[in-house]
Design a protein around this ligand. Structure first.
Ligand code: NAD
Ligand code: TDX
Length: 331
């Protein structure tokens, strides 16, 4: 099996590469990543002697055509991934998430290759805080931000290529991931690194917004399950019943790091800030027999704090620039 992993130098993609090397050691892995601000070749340093790494853009038609022609399957993680950046400047999101996905679709169509497209629960918009409902694959699309609308658009392109051209593709929509090698712009690593630098965590608005947290290896084990056992044309929602509000998460980070759990500050809210995400994972569990490995958020968070504590050479170079961007936006 020759698998092409797009965005493999990013957070989830790099963790996927390590999972494949461990779980499917006979597979040949090629990574394509443009090494944008969120891509870090250092994230793959334990894998570089076992994979082929190509620095390149998924919008590059000729490059994508030849890489797809030489693979059996494509797992498509590459995307601009941060909501706040999409509010500051939507264009890179249009380019990578829509045009990039279009290029991948045309190549898998031409060469008749299997595709798994990675997407997000944010395509469904948000739920009320007290609504007992969760997202399913039947929930109507209703994205809020430039990021989530380009992800929704990319999912719709995949669905159209399945229906009109018979492309063998599956889609997964996952909830919020946490774990090692996540960029410090994201909520959990931002707060852990703020505390490590002896500064206060920063909560948007009231901090009552709810996210459904999943450890990144659980996301990736589900992706592998869908790649091997999923039915072409189907959408699977990935989640591990990990709903927490942002205040609870910050308080847990502070406690686990030996600080006063109330020692955080409130900052300007994100425009259009989604209230709550929640995933009904029953299709994945019932039809493909997937189960998450991480049953304790606290244990997963402790291991993540440990990783950032021992890998400051990985995150420190990105930290000052990230905080300067936040300062400009009032966060
Ligand atoms: P990330 O920003 O850490 O990584 C994305 C990677 O894609 C980076 O290495 C970047 O350089 C690369 N990339 C971006 N545009 C590219 C292009 N045009 N050509 C080549 N490479 C390009 O993001 P992540 O958190 O690892 O997210 C990966 C995927 O998972 C995305 O599709 C995202 O929408 C989805 N997702 C993320 C989460 C989450 O909680 N982080 C949850 C659900 C789904
Ligand atoms: O400093 C912060 N303070 C804060 O309160 C930051 C950076 C975020 N937040 C809040 C906003 C959200 O309610 O924390 C929550 C999580 O924020 P992000 O990490 O920016 O994630 P979110 O916007 O929920 O999107 C994430 O999950 C779905 C990923 O970034 C997406 O790529 C994925 O699709």
């Amino acid at each position: 099996m020759k698998v092409l992993v797009t965005g493999g130098a990013g957070f989830i993609g790099s963790n996927f590469v390590y999972l494949i090397l461990k779980e499917r050691p006979s597979w040949q892995v090629t990574v394509i990543d443009k090494l944008g601000y969120a891509g870090n070749k250092q994230s793959l340093e334990g894998a570089l002697d076992k994979i082929t790494f190509v620095k390149g853009n998924i919008c590059d038609e000729g490059l994508i055509d030849s890489l797809v022609a030489d693979s059996d399957a494509v797992v498509h993680f590459a995307a601009e991934s941060h909501n706040d950046n999409s509010i500051a400047n939507p264009w890179p999101f249009i380019e990578s998430n829509l045009i990039g996905t279009y290029r991948i679709l045309e190549a898998v169509r031409k060469h008749s290759k299997r595709l798994h497209h990675i997407s997000t629960d944010e395509v469904y918009g948000d739920l009320e805080l007290d609504d007992p409902a969760k997202f399913t694959d039947k929930t109507p699309y209703n994205p809020s931000s430039p990021y989530s609308s380009t992800k929704a658009g990319s999912d719709l392109l995949v669905r159209a290529w399945v229906r009109s051209f018979g492309v063998q593709a599956t889609i997964s929509n996952c909830s919020n991931n946490y774990g090692p090698r996540q960029h410090v712009e994201k909520f959990i690593p931002r707060q852990i690194t703020e505390v490590l630098l002896d500064r206060k965590p920063k909560l948007y608005g009231t901090g009552e917004n709810i996210r459904d947290w999943i450890q990144v290896d659980d996301h990736n084990s589900a992706v592998l399950t869908i790649l091997e056992k999923g039915k072409a044309g189907e959408t699977y929602l990935i989640g591990a019943n990990g709903e927490k509000n942002n205040k609870e998460v910050v308080e847990m980070i502070l406690s686990l790091m030996g600080k006063d759990p109330m020692d955080y500050e409130h900052v300007t809210d994100r425009p259009g800030h989604d209230l709550r995400y929640a995933i009904d994972n029953s299709k994945l569990v019932d039809e493909l027999s997937w189960q998450p490995h991480y049953t304790s958020f606290e244990d997963g968070l402790r291991a993540t704090i440990d990783w950032y504590t021992h890998n400051d050479s990985w995150w420190k170079p990105q930290k000052a620039e990230t905080e300067a961007k936040y300062k400009q936006a009032g966060h």
